[in-house]
Unconditional design. Structure first.
Length: 322
């Protein structure tokens, strides 16, 4: 591919320095920024194109997408995954390179494959941002439109996730009940557990990485949650090692819960999961009121979306940033 537009869906989002340059277009969405750009806001590419940095893109989107979607977007930017759904021709070429073991690793980007070696939409890569960078940006640009929403979104980001399913599970189970969640978090993402000698012998590995983790305290033992079976979760699930890992963790007093995508997508099943987890945590769970039920439905509608569409929005007029 000689030009990046082959991999970019329309409409294109263009940043312009003056409001008079904004006009209606079916191919482009214009964003005007009339103040001086913050350092590092623009990055050059090898295709004679300038693009906004991940940090500046976040502040631009903060004013035009809902807070819940912004939380999900931040999870992806600070996490080790991206969802990419290429056009058919590009997917076929990528698959050909994967089959021939010739797909290059560029800046740490690796595709997640299913059990048959086929490409999924999930890619692993190093984090694009850190939570501290976003907090510093919010402090520096505290008078900018969208910063309040950015700060609100950051309150529900805890650690570095490696898949959309982890984020969806963490938000639905962990966010406060008044926001539509079950109030059982916050969860630590991708917790690194150094195994004991006995656990190492059982699992035949020295370290386990847990998708979602709750540290133990006087009320409950440590709890580890592994997310499996989501549409964007890594197709190479660690099925062959699951039983040994579970026994190894349990030998260390850690309770392991395997959470599947279909349990997340079914509201009633997730309610049962939440009740089971609350019991393990020794937390009393009152029945949700009509208002809290409505909040739950709203959160589910926002979180359980096609992740590839995250950040997309319809505009009747171009948003103005100040």
């Amino acid at each position: 591919m000689e030009h990046p537009f082959g991999a970019i869906e329309k409409p294109l989002h263009l940043l312009v320095p003056e409001k008079r340059l904004v006009h209606a277009s079916s191919l482009c969405v214009y964003h005007s920024w009339t103040q001086r750009l913050p350092p590092g806001a623009i990055e050059e590419t090898d295709y004679s194109l300038s693009v906004t940095s991940p940090l500046f893109t976040t502040i631009c989107l903060a004013s035009v997408i809902p807070t819940v979607e912004l939380t999900m977007l931040i999870h992806e930017l600070v996490g080790t995954f991206s969802v990419y759904r290429p056009p058919r021709e590009i997917r076929e070429e990528l698959q050909r390179l994967v089959a021939a073991s010739r797909l290059p690793i560029v800046d740490g980007w690796r595709p997640s494959l299913d059990t048959e070696g086929k490409l999924t939409d999930l890619w692993q890569r190093p984090p694009l941002l850190t939570i501290d960078e976003l907090r510093d940006l919010a402090l520096e640009m505290q008078n900018c439109t969208g910063v309040h929403k950015l700060n609100q979104a950051l309150k529900d980001v805890h650690g570095i996730a490696s898949s959309p399913l982890e984020v969806q599970s963490s938000m639905l189970l962990g966010m406060s009940r008044r926001k539509g969640g079950w109030g059982l978090g916050p969860f630590e993402h991708n917790k690194r557990i150094v195994l004991s000698r006995r656990a190492r012998a059982i699992a035949r590995q020295n370290v386990c990485t847990i998708d979602l983790y709750l540290e133990g305290n006087n009320n409950h033992e440590p709890i580890a949650i592994e997310c499996q079976g989501g549409p964007f979760h890594d197709g190479n699930d660690r099925a062959a090692h699951d039983d040994n890992r579970a026994l190894a963790l349990q030998s260390m007093g850690i309770t392991l819960i395997r959470l599947r995508g279909d349990q997340i997508y079914d509201a009633k099943r997730l309610e049962y999961v939440a009740a089971f987890l609350a019991k393990l945590l020794n937390k009393s769970q009152k029945a949700k009121s009509v208002l809290l039920k409505r909040k739950e439905l709203e959160l589910r509608a926002s979180v359980l979306i096609d992740w590839w569409t995250l950040g997309s929005y319809s505009v009747k007029r171009a948003p103005q940033f100040r």
